[in-house]
Design a binder for this molecule. Structure first.
Ligand code: HEM
Ligand code: HEM
Length: 224
């Protein structure tokens, strides 16, 4: 076994803050009556935080450390099928970053989350709250966005459910993926090949992310 650094600090921070923002977004909409009555502003602000995190993650997926990059976890269909075949025959290869199936799930989560926050920006609650882009569109467009927001919120719940199910399966197989999302480190078989076992370079971690983090915080502050 070898212990290698896989998730940089920004990716870990992104993940756990995103989980908190998404939980608050659902909680504020899905619960009713005292003591669960929240003004829609709280829902929207949790959504703005999710939006800022997604702005960060889309760019970090192009510019970030090795395993954070889309190019290192979006695999060809042939590779994905090979991984799937191995998985079904009980010998899925060990990956340091997201495995081919996990990579697809991450992409689906990021797309659905982006659609959720994007559509939210055009909504109104028809009483006190108009989202920042509501006044720029016709009421027809706003009501289409409302349908998308409702429909996609259910799709997102399915994707999150599958995400948690996959994590459960991995943990039953003895893979400590959740721990790695906290510490950044994974323990991998010494034989894991060079590409899959690539250790991230520490020195580009935080400093390279700072301008991007500042930009994402600026977007949230502007929407706030
Ligand atoms: C993580 C992001 C978000 C999630 C998971 C989420 C989820 C939801 C859900 C489940 C509903 C109830 C839908 C229904 O039953 O019809 C809802 C409604 C709504 N959302 Fe979001 N939302 C998010 C982001 C946003 C953002 C960024 C905004 C606006 C700035 C926003 C504004 C609204 C509004 C105005 C409603 C309608 C409230 C009402 O009718 O009183 N949401 N959202
Ligand atoms: C609101 C619920 C959640 C959402 C929207 C979500 C979303 C995501 C996303 C987008 C990623 C990709 C990370 C990246 O590369 O940037 C990810 C990975 C991950 N998430 Fe979650 N997550 C949720 C809940 C959880 C929970 C509750 C746990 C722990 C119990 C968890 C554990 C993990 C782990 C371990 C990974 C890395 C998987 C791997 O090694 O390939 N997530 N999640």
């Amino acid at each position: 076994m070898q212990k290698i650094k896989v998730w940089d600090l920004p990716v870990r921070f992104f993940h756990w803050l995103l989980v908190a923002a998404v939980v608050v977004s659902y909680y504020t909409m899905k619960t009713e009556g005292a003591p669960f009555d929240f003004p829609v502003e709280i829902h929207a602000k949790a959504g703005y935080i999710a939006l800022g995190l997604l702005v960060f993650r889309w760019v970090w997926g192009l510019t970030g450390t090795h395993h954070a990059r889309f190019s290192n976890f979006i695999y060809s269909p042939a590779n994905t099928f090979r991984y799937l075949r191995g998985l079904l025959s009980g010998q899925g290869a060990a990956y340091a970053g997201h495995n081919p199936l996990g990579g697809l799930a991450v992409l689906a989560l990021l797309l659905s989350l982006s659609l959720q926050v994007g559509s939210g920006l055009f909504l109104t609650d028809d009483i006190f709250f108009n989202a920042p882009l509501y006044s720029y569109v016709s009421s027809d467009i706003s009501s289409v966005m409302r349908k998308i927001h409702t429909w996609n919120s259910n799709l997102l719940l399915v994707l999150i459910g599958l995400h948690l199910l996959a994590l459960l399966v991995h943990s039953l197989k003895g893979e400590k993926l959740v721990g790695a999302m906290f510490t950044g480190y994974k323990h991998l078989p010494a034989a894991a090949d060079e590409q899959h076992g690539h250790e991230i370079k520490r020195h580009i971690n935080l400093w390279a992310a700072l301008p991007l983090i500042a930009f994402a915080v600026g977007v949230v502050a502007w929407l706030w």
